[in-house]
Design a protein. Structure first.
Length: 618
């Protein structure tokens, strides 16, 4: 089930501007209750929506509360009714502020996604991204993180692509960390995806980090889901202890209620019970698991129950039942993929055909029904079939083009830093991998420059995040202008940037470092007075040493560690650069080449020339 990233309850509940009126107080109570007590929130939202004194924003909030609470309680009919009302309200002339419109779109996307309306959810996410780009700031960053997370869920739940989903989860986590916020929800999704890939240690680490990010009892429902996943993986628990832990979690989920994930916990209990009490007793829990998860609109919840049933029957030696449940899971995956294709095709046709075309399609459908009753009208059938085939061919062509465009858009979003427009760390890592295969004549090598803005935290703390964002964007612009078209310029993380230049000699590398340092240095105009902006640089070549093929020092990440050490040395002076350059490794010193360049006598250390007394660097 979807537990989308939501900053909406605190953002709407903390305004304090509506607390004087009874409807506003009830709305805020509903938003604050829905995650830990969905049934109570649904009841309160229903009472609110029957009132006649709600203003447009209060009505949108009440619909959002009702829809999300209904998805958490498993009532998809009520959830879709709330989604339709929410969409109608958004389409009307409500005069919503941009921030409120952004939050409402996020809620609508979450409800549609959970209800299995994937195409409509994607359209809502696209509208949210466009609105967020126009707004900017921390709120837009939260919504972008939510959108990345939800797109990842679509890939994991409906397109059977955990590898792609994991990339989106990591982007959502990085965005939230960039504004110093917890990332419990995408960390939980990341842990579950890693678990499905068999990466138990990585999954457990992500889930424990998610548990540590939970804030109080507000996210009790999510806390229990995380606890259930951790209990299933924790190597410190033997089978009886694991079963007891899961049973306690299941009881709490039943009281919330959270029926779908209660079913997932039952599936985990069945697997643990194979070893703790025997497969005969495990079979009852596995069957009960499927009864609960089969009402889920998210296929992966049902897959968990089917996997548990297959594992229990395998322990019992029931080969036929194992094959039945495995085949059922396989068929569900195929049906899910086919359903998404047909839904997209239908949306393309609906968006591109006018009213007369729709009427013509209806006429053809009626003719098809008549043909089934009166086989003598074969000529009409052929005509209808040819026209329908033409529409399908055109629709499929449009679907393919739309799919490619969306993939290109998602790829751009996933490879670019939203603030600076530079390549992000994920894209830069891929570029460095490709650059590592390049060879250069003579002493030239690829060179990595690791750049850190001096006193950046002080700028943020003293003048606000807006000033910090201006510094980051300004440094990015200056780096682009100072580099060649073939150079890689990326935002490495926080206030760090990475530049990679192919084919530089030591002398050229030093000249580039000085050029970058000088280009970054500028004064930032502020109401309190201009603020000087400088940066420290560390450089190292890749490969770091002139070493034989296969030696660890030839890897770009080794060069990155050396550049980081050089950056640390440069930070002692600020507005300076330091470079390490490894020499040739011979048979006598091949094993002595550690990560400390000073340990090898053939390593050349470079640094900026000291400025004359009383004079700063230009």
């Amino acid at each position: 089930m979807l537990l989308a990233l939501q900053a909406v309850p605190p953002a709407w509940a903390a305004t304090g501007t509506e607390a004087s009126s009874a409807p506003a107080e009830a709305v805020q109570r509903c938003l604050g209750t829905r995650e830990r007590d969905p049934l109570a929130a649904m009841e309160l939202a229903g009472q609110l929506l029957r009132r006649t004194d709600l203003d447009p924003l209060e009505r949108i909030k009440a619909l959002s509360c009702q829809g999300v609470a209904a998805t958490l309680a498993g009532d998809m009919q009520q959830a879709m009714a709330a989604a339709e009302g929410l969409q109608d309200a958004l389409e009307g002339d409500t005069g919503l502020a941009p921030g409120d419109q952004l939050r409402a779109l996020s809620q609508l996307g979450r409800i549609l996604h959970e209800a299995g309306q994937i195409q409509r959810a994607v359209q809502t996410y696209e509208r949210l991204i466009a609105t967020g780009s126009a707004i900017g700031g921390d709120e837009a960053t939260r919504m972008q993180a939510s959108t990345f997370h939800n797109i990842g869920l679509i890939h994991a739940d409906f397109l059977d692509s955990d590898d792609v989903a994991i990339g989106y989860y990591r982007q959502a986590i990085a965005l939230l960390h960039s504004i110093d916020e917890g990332a419990a929800i995408p960390l939980h999704s990341l842990g579950i995806a890693l678990q499905r890939q068999g990466k138990a240690d990585q999954a457990l680490a992500a889930l424990r980090e998610a548990a540590a990010a939970i804030d109080g009892d507000t996210w009790r429902l999510l806390q229990l889901r995380i606890d259930s996943a951790i209990a299933a993986l924790d190597p410190a628990l033997d089978a009886p202890a694991r079963l007891a832990r899961l049973a306690g979690i299941r009881q709490q989920q039943a009281r919330l209620p959270d029926p779908i994930h209660e079913g997932v916990t039952l599936a985990r209990m069945a697997v643990a019970e194979i070893h703790a009490a025997g497969p005969e007793q495990a079979l009852a829990h596995a069957g009960a698991s499927l009864e609960l998860t089969r009402q889920s609109r998210t296929p992966t919840d049902i897959y968990a129950s089917l996997d548990a049933l297959a594992e229990v029957h395998a322990a019992l030696g029931n080969t036929r039942q194992v094959l039945d449940y495995t085949t059922r899971k396989h068929d569900m995956k195929l049906a899910s993929l086919r359903g998404q294709r047909l839904e997209m095709l239908g949306a393309i046709q609906a968006g591109n055909q006018d009213v007369s075309t729709q009427l013509e399609l209806e006429r053809l459908r009626h003719r098809e029904q008549i043909r089934q009753l009166e086989e003598q009208r074969e000529t009409t059938l052929r005509t209808a079939a040819i026209v329908l085939l033409l529409f399908l061919v055109l629709g499929m062509a449009g679907f393919v083009l739309l799919q490619r465009r969306r993939q290109a858009q998602l790829r751009i979003l996933s490879e670019r830093d939203s603030l600076t427009g530079l390549a992000n760390r994920h894209a830069a890592t891929a570029a460095l991998e490709a650059m590592a295969a390049q060879e250069h004549p003579g002493e030239a090598r690829n060179v990595l420059f690791l750049i850190d803005i001096d006193h950046f935290k002080q700028i943020n703390d003293s003048f606000g995040h807006d000033a910090g964002d201006r510094v980051l964007a300004g440094v990015a612009t200056r780096l682009r202008a100072a580099c060649r078209p073939q150079d890689l310029v990326s935002r490495w993380g926080g206030e760090e940037f990475l530049v990679a230049c192919p084919g530089l000699s030591p002398q050229e590398a030093g000249a580039v470092a000085e050029r970058l340092r000088s280009a970054i240095r500028h004064r930032l105009p502020l109401p309190e007075g201009d603020r000087e902006v400088t940066a420290s640089l560390g450089l190292a070549p890749a490969p770091f040493f002139d070493a034989p093929a296969g030696h660890p020092s030839r890897r770009w990440n080794h060069a990155l560690r050396m550049a980081d050490r050089a950056l640390y040395a440069a930070k002692q002076r600020r507005d300076a650069w330091v470079g390490y350059w490894g020499g040739r490794l011979t048979a006598t010193n091949l094993d002595q080449a550690g990560i400390d360049p000073a340990a090898n006598p053939q390593v050349l250390q470079m640094g900026p020339a000291p400025a004359p007394a009383g004079q700063a660097h230009p």
